[in-house]
Write a protein that binds this ligand. Structure first.
Ligand SMILES: CC(C)(COP(=O)(O)OP(=O)(O)OC[C@H]1O[C@@H](n2cnc3c(N)ncnc32)[C@H](O)[C@@H]1OP(=O)(O)O)[C@@H](O)C(=O)NCCC(=O)NCCS
Length: 171
């Protein structure tokens, strides 16, 4: 069930209490504190927050339309060939859960919700793959366990082809 009982999902707004958010990874916390509202004003990414009933931000994720550099495109996405132009991708740019709420399944649920958003976006405007830039080796293992493959030539960039995305989310 999403959102879980006692939580709501909302588009990030200026009144949300971003400064108190603490996931344990400073990069994830600093991004939420300083960047996503400006990014939404500039139309470069969209951030949604999972709010606890007391309005604490329990978690968040950020999605962005992106394009994958031609040199990085896994050949299997294009029938073994390289495309001539950078193909459209959807990037799960950030995801975090506040330490007060970790270990309760919220990270997995937010991730699943981000992929479900991806399917809705795909139905309207196609893209070739979902991309994640994992912050740590543990993140890489998690995303690999969810069907993501490493982008050849990179260490922490992974992709899930749109075809696999549909299978993972729709079954
Ligand atoms: C990683 C994180 C999102 C997990 O949140 P959570 O609510 O505890 O997740 P769950 O309760 O669903 O966890 C189930 C397991 O899946 C892992 N997991 C879930 N979502 C994850 C994710 N996006 N990346 C890596 N691991 C994840 C958890 O670490 C946990 O592993 P464990 O049982 O070995 O400890 C959270 O700890 C966090 O925000 N960490 C710092 C920021 C971060 O790493 N974000 C991901 C950026 S790529």
């Amino acid at each position: 069930m999403f959102p879980p009982p006692g939580f709501t999902l909302a588009l990030l707004g200026a009144t949300h209490r971003r400064k108190q958010f603490s996931s344990g990874d400073a990069r994830v916390d600093e991004w939420l504190k300083h960047k996503p509202l400006a990014a939404m004003r500039k139309n470069t990414s969209t951030t949604r927050v999972l709010l606890h009933r007391d309005q604490t931000i329990a978690g968040y994720y950020t999605l962005a339309n992106t394009a994958l550099d031609v040199s990085l495109v896994p050949p299997e996405l294009f029938g073994g060939q390289r495309p001539t132009k950078a193909p459209p991708t959807l990037t799960l740019a950030w995801l975090g859960v506040d330490q007060q709420f970790t270990g309760k399944g919220l990270g997995t649920k937010l991730f699943a919700r981000a992929l479900a958003d991806g399917v809705r976006i795909y139905e309207l405007v196609r893209f070739v793959a979902v991309i994640v830039d994992a912050l740590t080796d543990a993140n890489v293992s998690f995303y690999r366990s969810q069907g993501f493959e490493p982008v050849p030539g990179t260490t922490h960039k992974l992709y899930l082809s749109a075809t696999t995305l549909l299978k993972v989310v729709l079954g």
